[in-house]
Design a protein around this ligand. Structure first.
Ligand code: GLU
Length: 526
């Protein structure tokens, strides 16, 4: 049944012939899930790699599910990740509404394209590929329930439609009358007893028996709007989309979409399809959901989302770097074929390939997410980190000497996963300990220690300049010469200065807090 030209056996040749044009087509029904960000990312990488176009299209024809603020959220999320569509969104972050050389297919918001879809639905009716249906929501619900009670699924399709309330077996004058008087929909007429065969770039050949498919609704008179299926296919055609890269949840819709392309005789320009597998829960059982995030303490959304139901965490607000987040997402379902894990967005545009996208779902791993952030943190300029740190300290109401931030960042950076960890890792730089670790006290603060500490204090008093180099070696020599155990004295000193067994080398810490404060902290213990 497949005509030769719609054959996908040589997609590579098709790639060469066509300009690559891909789109991310979210529906503004709430915050964008990280799986959606990954879909956008793969589309973006694919477009960049092929010097093609990456389009953002807002699929907002389902007015019931529309959520205010979701569109802005989507655009802001992509911007945070560094994923910029080159078509659909203007430089000021708004959707293009008027056609222009850079945005020739504007508007890119489907609700603003409303008027163009109806003719396509009617064309299908006129050529016998679609029909009008008048069934009430109640009657369909009853049929659904009765099928369910027999353990079956109700299909409004090739084998049942003749018995239902539609125009297929009606006289034209009756159809005309009912169209005037009632609510109606246009349904696609799935061909009967037909095997739909198509290719997915990730999954290979797929065959579906048409009798299992629904005659999906394409158009509704109630709001004068197309459904997702019609608007999506019409827009992919009009916007000259070459490749549809989207989530696996849309795979069941693909046979219908393929049949729509055929009905419109658009096979020659039909896009190639690639359906991405899901992001899975950490245990691998099922789709990664917001609830998993809440339960296990990680975000599933790029940015924080506030709604009357509450606040959902965002990677940005949790302190992830966008480049670390993007790197992690890229590797959830794709790999470069080497051991390389740290890959910048720019490098990804060269390395990415649909061939290496895996069929199986990718599990989310929180430790790995932390690891990515840690790796990126280590590569950040200390001056940038110091700036972010200053902001956090100010927010936390901690007073600090700005000139000390850079050396502190240098000392604690390696131990942090996030910049926000700096606060806990550095508390003793800003305030003298108020509590002393009990175990350390018992172990290292023996009877003769105050006396030794007085000597250490006097020794430190004479060091000038009070730098780590000037402290470290001479202090060790002094302790050795006094024939005291090195570990015991150094631990006791750490107790005085830090209060706990943490932090970098003592000479470095003391040089940062300065001589006066060092001596003062020792004094407090004596
Ligand atoms: N509007 C659909 C969504 O919300 C788009 C699916 C597609 O890419 O075709 O995910």
């Amino acid at each position: 049944m497949i005509k030769k030209k719609s054959c996908y056996l040589c997609p590579k040749d098709k790639n060469i012939m066509k300009r690559v044009r891909v789109r991310f087509a979210p529906s503004p029904t709430g915050p964008l899930h990280m799986g959606g960000v990954r879909t956008a990312l793969y589309n973006y990488l694919f477009a960049k790699q092929h010097h093609g176009d990456f389009i953002l299209r807002i699929e907002d024809t389902d007015s019931q599910r529309y959520v205010a603020g979701a569109e802005e959220y989507i655009i802001e999320s992509l911007r945070w990740c560094g994923i910029f569509p080159n078509e659909g969104v203007l430089e000021n972050g708004e959707m293009a509404v008027e056609p222009s050389p850079n945005h020739p297919h504007a508007p890119y918001r489907q609700s603003q394209r409303k008027s163009l879809y109806r003719a396509y639905a009617q064309q299908l009716v006129a050529q016998g590929d679609a029909y009008y249906a008048f069934d009430s929501a109640e009657s369909l619900e009853a049929l659904r329930q009765s099928a369910e009670s027999k353990g079956e699924a109700f299909v409004y399709g090739p084998t049942s439609r003749a018995t239902l309330d539609n125009s297929l077996a009606m006289e034209p004058h009756e159809v005309a009358k009912r169209l005037e008087e009632e609510r109606w929909v246009i349904r696609f007429k799935i061909p009967q007893d037909h095997e739909v065969v198509f290719q997915d770039l990730i999954r290979g050949e797929i065959k579906v028996q048409s009798n299992t498919l629904d005659d999906k609704v394409l158009w509704k008179s109630i709001d004068g709007l197309p459904t997702y299926h019609l608007a999506n296919v019409v827009d992919d055609h009009l916007m000259e989309i070459s490749h549809v890269i989207r989530g696996e949840e849309w795979l069941p819709s693909l046979p219908l979409h393929i049949l729509l392309y055929r009905a419109f005789q658009w096979q020659d320009t039909q896009p190639l399809f690639a359906h991405l597998s899901l992001l899975l829960k950490p245990d691998g059982k099922g789709k990664l959901s917001k609830r998993d995030g809440d339960r296990l303490g990680f975000p599933v959304f790029p940015l924080e989302w506030k709604s009357p139901e509450g606040v959902s965490k965002g990677y940005r607000e949790e302190g992830y770097f966008p480049d670390a987040f993007v790197n992690m997402l890229a590797l959830m379902g794709w790999n470069p074929g080497t051991e390389q894990e740290l890959i910048s967005l720019d490098e990804l545009t060269h390395l990415f390939s649909l061939e290496r996208v895996v069929k199986s779902g990718a599990r989310f791993n929180l430790e790995k997410a932390h690891w990515f952030n840690q790796q990126y943190l280590r590569t950040k300029e200390n001056t940038q980190l110091a700036q972010e740190f200053a902001q956090l300290l100010t927010e936390a109401g901690i007073t600090f000497d700005p000139s000390k931030l850079l050396p502190i960042v240098e000392l604690i950076k390696e131990r942090a996963l996030f910049v926000k960890d700096f606060i806990d890792l550095s508390d003793y730089f800003f305030t003298a300990p108020t509590q002393y670790d009990e175990k350390l006290l018992a172990k290292h603060w023996k009877e003769d220690m105050p006396q030794k500490m007085v000597a250490v204090k006097n020794f430190l008093f004479n060091i000038e300049p009070f730098t780590a180099e000037m402290i470290e070696h001479p202090l060790a020599q002094f302790i050795q010469a006094s024939e005291w155990g090195m570990g015991g004295v150094m631990n006791a000193l750490r107790l005085c200065i830090v209060g706990a067994a943490k932090g970098p080398g003592m000479a470095a810490i003391m040089s940062v807090i300065g001589k006066e404060e060092t001596l003062r902290r020792i004094e407090r213990m004596l």
